[in-house]
Design a protein around this ligand. Sequence first.
Ligand code: FES
Length: 119
Amino acid sequence: MNLQVSHHLLLCVPHKTSSLCCDPTQSEESWEEIKLILKKLKLEDPNRPEGIVLRSKVDCLRVCKSGPILLIWPEGIWYKNVYPNRIETIIKSHIIEGKPQREWELKKTPLKSLSGKFN
Ligand code: FES
């Protein structure tokens, strides 16, 4: 199967033994909201012309502050403080309208440059 992928979302949901960028309960809530919104907006439909949106829950994105942290590829936009009530705005603006939410951006590391510095 040749799956077209438009974006990949990685959300930090820290394990209790890692360094913590946020309360793990809070990032679990953000994760549940991501699943809900992607489903609601039909972004996980394999027949979506722009491609499917993938999501992954990761233990740590090596930022360890201002979490929950959400990284969206391929643009390489790192969002800070991704609380559940920000998820729908980020997904609609970034993925559907192609306009990242600069207000909540922590860092940008496009695929060709993974050496960007944090603000
Ligand atoms: S614990 Fe979230 S980025 Fe490290």
